[in-house]
Design a protein around this ligand. Structure first.
Ligand SMILES: Nc1ncnc2c1ncn2[C@@H]1O[C@H](COP(=O)(O)OP(=O)(O)O)[C@@H](O)[C@H]1O
Ligand SMILES: N[C@@H](CC(=O)OP(=O)(O)O)C(=O)O
Length: 439
């Protein structure tokens, strides 16, 4: 049996957490490939090491003195090394990092040093081999991730070692330039390693006992999902369920490797299994609720719009020309509404509006900002009549005004648009009607 075990920042924030991780790894011989993140928050008001590194980089780039922040980063690692009684010095590494910051080695290099150093600590603590991810996670000369090259490099390197630590979050280009995945990207590294070694299970260790029906920062103590499919998870991760990075699913999905979300602080809990498919009936009609704030809508009205073939393409071409991706495009006979991320759209707002007028000569265009999108996801919804009705009656009872409704063609999810200020109320109302009433 071969397992890949990824430990997020919350599981590696201090020496005490490291000891829990060590116990978990030593308790099962199959836990042979370890993917650590950088030390996370020791308490809610704390700062993740990765965020300290970004701040350090910003100061270095501004030509300001960054020694205070670098000292704070050093103290975080020395606290862990001391707490574990490790005979390990990172002085040489920190000297190199300080020199590289001064030489403006790049933002992604800077951000990756948290995982790099924590990988060194983890390897020393476990007595495992340390593999620098820049040598096995490959990005091409344009800075795009190269899945095939990575798979070959990982498989070749890992067949030579029984046990290893592979730091999460980053990789490298052929010329040694360090690149990172997007935030939360250590999940992706774990998935890539699991694929390369054909692992039996990819265990993703965090600070909650599995994938919860919704964000515990919105609903207190939400129910744990026992089994979820990759398709359901992808919808929820994409819509903000941050417990797993949205791109961590593809590598293991190809190999049919299950992911097991576990709690470092409660290792006895079974957690959640993420699988390709299951005949297990879901405990609740819905599997999960996730969402994000910070969207805006551009509503276009034109009489007889539906008779103009290519109208939609022309409008979306305007967004493409401005490099703006869109989230949803609900439309009616004379209307078309495009939902986009507000921060991506705001700076190009006027160019887009002018472009739309030139492209399709609308009767009028109006915009609305400060909107949130919520995804209600569940493989059980397909066979359960009246789900959408229950969602909207729950929102009506909670006095939430629904701005948009979109159902994915797969009937796997319902997307609802509400105002930002109603986001938490809406999530709670949906959770209550589908979960609390069935508990
Ligand atoms: N649906 C969800 N299920 C579980 N956790 C969720 C969900 N949505 C948001 N979260 C949040 O994600 C956090 C775990 O992700 P993260 O903070 O990245 O942990 P780690 O440092 O272990 O990677 C949880 O503590 C929880 O607050
Ligand atoms: N440390 C990186 C990568 C990561 O995945 O972290 P975590 O596992 O703590 O979410 C970040 O903060 O984005």
């Amino acid at each position: 049996m071969k397992k890949v075990v990824k430990f997020g920042g919350s599981s590696l924030a201090n020496a005490e957490q490291f000891q829990k991780v060590g116990d978990i790894i030593r308790s099962e011989e199959s836990r042979r490939y370890v993917v650590p993140s950088a030390p996370g928050k020791r308490f809610s008001a704390d700062t993740k090491v990765t965020d300290l590194l970004y701040a350090c980089y910003d100061k270095a780039e501004a030509g300001e003195d960054f020694s205070d922040i670098l000292t704070e980063i050093k103290s975080r690692f020395y606290e862990i090394i001391k707490g574990l009684n490790l005979d390990l010095s990172l002085e040489e590494e920190f000297r190199q990092i300080e020199a590289d910051f001064k030489a403006h080695a790049g933002k992604e290099y800077a951000a990756s040093r948290g995982e790099f150093l924590n990988g060194k600590v983890m390897a020393a603590y476990l007595g495992y081999e340390f593999i620098d991810s820049a040598t096995v996670i490959r990005f091409d000369k344009n800075g795009n991730f190269d899945a095939d090259k990575t798979d070959k490099l990982l498989a070749k390197r890992l067949q030579k070692c029984e046990r290893a630590v592979i730091p999460g979050f980053y990789g490298g280009m052929e010329d040694g330039t360090v690149k990172t995945f997007s935030r939360g990207g250590s999940d992706v590294t774990g998935s890539l390693v699991a694929k390369a070694i054909h692992a039996d299970i990819y265990e993703n260790w965090t600070d909650v006992s599995g994938f919860l029906v919704t964000d515990p920062r919105i609903v207190e103590n939400p129910a744990v999902i026992e089994t979820i499919t990759y398709r359901e998870l992808r919808e929820l991760s994409y819509m903000g369920a941050t417990v797993l990075h949205e791109d961590a699913i593809f590598p293991v999905r190809k190999e049919g490797i299950p992911i097991n979300i576990r709690n470092t602080n409660r290792p006895e809990d079974k957690g959640t299994f993420i699988v390709e498919s299951t005949c297990r009936k879901p405990k609740y009609v819905i599997t999960g609720i996730a969402g994000k704030k910070g969207f805006c809508s551009i509503n276009i009205e034109k009489s007889m719009m539906n008779s103009e073939v290519g109208f939609g393409r022309k409008v979306l071409q305007v967004f493409e020309d401005q490099g703006i991706s869109f989230e949803h495009v609900p439309s009616g006979i004379d209307t078309m509404t495009i939902y986009v991320h507000q921060d991506e759209f705001e700076e190009k707002e006027q160019q887009v509006i002018a472009g739309i007028h030139r492209a399709v000569q609308p009767d009028f265009v109006e915009m609305e900002s400060d909107l949130a999108l919520i995804a209600v996801v569940g493989r059980g919804m397909k066979s359960q009549r009246g789900t959408a009705g229950r969602v909207f009656s729950a929102l009506a009872h909670a006095h939430v005004n629904v701005k948009m409704i979109d159902q994915g063609s797969s009937e796997l999810n319902i997307i609802i648009g509400v105002e930002n200020r109603d986001f938490e109320t809406a999530v709670k109302a949906i959770y209550d009607i589908f979960v609390l009433t069935q508990m």
